[in-house]
Design a protein around this ligand. Structure first.
Ligand SMILES: *Cc1c(COP(=O)(O)O)cnc(C)c1O
Length: 386
């Protein structure tokens, strides 16, 4: 199906709601039945009917259909946050004594899920450098149940060769989960290479307007049914009908937003790569990136997230540079309309600059929908202050 058909029409049954162009927000917690028999039937098939909104809701169902179509899977579940989707995907497929192989440095709360929570339930994990396929084979144990991937991963954007790693997972019969937030389903569809579950922070590109926290899980109908009946209904981390509606609205412009950041970001990265005050740039679509060929093979277009290391060891210069930017706003997250920086210096106390995993002169960037020359001019004036 054509992408614009999915974003504009698919899953919408306008004749059900007065042929309104935009779907209604069905702001209802429960559904009403005429007879005991009707209610009994609905309760018996709660995953397929409208019984209670912790299960299904008509507005959210439109979003589910669109997300499954975008990710080339049979079905999808929508959550209150990306972290809720990740938690449900992982927990639904593990028992005490199981082991997870996870790419090193995934999203920070994914790390905490494995290290702080699942460890309490007797689940062990191994983090592997994801750029070598053989590292996954080496880490797999007899009790490995999940291979968890995020390509590229957070902050330093190392990629995994998804086709190769997913082939290994399939051949051994280990469930694979891919966090596809970075690329969005428009730039990469891991199900094409056999990924079992694809998760998203819907907060980022899918919403696109920095006004919604949301999560998406895409998988086979059987897997979605299994998760629905366990973690989804039990932990209850569902999205509200209003936020599902905001995501549907965000999707309307996903193509043009992804196109815009694909145009802008390489120009900004090119400026930074040549700047003497920049020591290093981490961007999969930089021609100098060691995995550039893999990026081009695996992702259709460049995305807006990258990281730089400033060529200064002075904390006050790092902070002055960050504080001087005006078009790049300072804050967490990405994928919205606004360009952002997340300085690693915020992870340090102002008294202690002992280098950690992410050095204090590292800054994560996201290029939003501003014009590239405006962003470059903003960077130039901030460089002039250090
Ligand atoms: C933000 C993010 C998440 C978590 O999503 P929330 O919507 O914030 O819960 C997961 N993975 C990646 C790669 C992210 O950037």
């Amino acid at each position: 199906m054509d992408i614009s058909e999915i974003l504009n029409n698919y899953g919408e049954e306008r004749e059900m709601y007065f042929n309104a162009a935009a779907p209604p927000i069905v702001q209802a917690s429960n559904y009403i039945f005429k007879t005991v028999d009707e209610m009994r039937e609905s309760l018996a098939h709660e995953d397929e009917t409208f019984f209670y909104t912790r299960g299904n809701n008509p507005t959210t169902l439109i979003l589910q259909k669109k997300m499954a179509a975008l990710e080339h899977t049979e079905d999808a579940l929508i959550f209150a946050s990306g972290s809720a989707a990740i938690g449900a995907a992982v927990m639904a497929n593990l028992q005490a004594g199981d082991h997870v192989v996870c790419v090193r440095k995934p999203y920070s709360w994914t790390t905490k899920l494995l290290q702080n929570i699942l460890s309490r339930y007797g689940v062990t994990h191994t983090f592997v450098e994801g750029d070598e396929v053989a590292n996954f084979e080496k880490a797999i144990q007899a009790n490995t149940k999940i291979i968890y991937l995020e390509s590229p991963n957070s902050w330093t954007f190392e990629m995994q060769d998804l086709e190769a790693v997913l082939k290994i997972a399939k051949s051994i019969g280990i469930l694979s989960i891919v966090d596809n937030s970075y690329a969005s389903p428009l730039n990469m569809t891991p199900a094409d290479w056999g990924a079992d579950i694809i998760v998203h922070s819907g907060t980022k590109y899918l919403s696109g307007h920095s006004d919604t926290v949301a999560g998406v899980l895409c998988a086979s109908a059987a897997m979605c049914k299994k998760i629905f009946k366990s973690e989804f209904m039990t932990l209850g981390g569902i999205i509200s009908p209003f936020n599902a509606w905001l995501l549907i609205r965000g999707l309307r412009t996903l193509s043009i937003r992804m196109e815009k950041v694909a145009q802008t970001t390489p120009q900004v990265v090119d400026f930074l790569s040549k700047h003497p005050k920049v020591a290093k740039v981490y961007y999969p679509f930089s021609p100098s990136h060691p995995q550039y060929e893999l990026a081009k093979k695996q992702m259709k277009r460049p995305a807006g997230q990258f990281t730089i290391v400033l060529a200064t060891e002075k904390p006050e210069e790092v902070e002055r540079f960050c504080n001087s930017l005006t078009r790049f706003l300072m804050g967490c997250s990405w994928g919205g309309y606004e360009s952002l920086i997340f300085p690693a210096a915020t992870l340090y106390s102002s008294q202690n600059y002992q280098t950690k995993d992410l050095p204090y002169n590292m800054i994560r960037f996201y290029c939003g929908l501003e014009e590239p020359q405006e962003l470059i001019a903003d960077l130039q004036q901030a460089f002039d202050k250090i």
